[in-house]
Design a protein around this ligand. Structure first.
Ligand code: HEC
Length: 117
């Protein structure tokens, strides 16, 4: 007979796999203009770090919609940079994972490419 402890661990695993599956998916991220290195880097960072929760085109998912909303909600880009650096609620902090320059690139990408497609 299986012990309840192993069963509980199994259930937790199934739950986390389901959560990851719900977060990922979607198509590829909208292309950044090839002549803007910062936005090209931002697209790459977005698809690797953010698209799983916010959707490939920023349409929202586990995290809120970003496309077309961030410039309205955060007229000052510094406020949006601070949010991604420090995190908020279920939104992870990126201060240890990304450099300040990378955070600026991904924030620019959400403001200048997502929502304009
Ligand atoms: C684990 C899922 C997850 C990941 C990964 C994630 N976010 Fe979030 N994000 C959230 C959640 C949930 C919120 C809502 C937080 C709140 O308001 O309490 C949020 C909020 C935000 C907001 C504020 C939106 C608003 O309407 O106020 C921005 C901007 C944002 N995320 C950008 C990003 C960027 C850029 C990345 C990648 C570097 C990222 N997020 C990665 C889950 C995530």
């Amino acid at each position: 007979m299986r012990s309840p402890r192993i069963l509980a661990a199994g259930l937790t695993l199934v739950a986390s796999v389901t959560l990851v599956a719900a977060c990922s998916g979607g198509t590829s991220t909208p292309a950044a203009p090839a002549d803007d290195a910062g936005l090209v880097q931002g697209q790459q960072i977005y698809s690797q770090n953010c698209a799983s929760c916010h959707g490939a085109s920023g349409q929202g998912g586990f995290g809120p919609k970003l496309a077309g909303t961030v410039t309205v909600k955060y007229p000052n880009i510094d406020d949006q940079i601070a949010l991604i650096t420090n995190g908020k609620g279920a939104m992870p902090a990126y201060s240890k994972k990304l450099s300040a320059e990378q955070i600026t690139s991904v924030v620019r990408y959400t403001r200048e490419v997502l929502g304009t497609n």
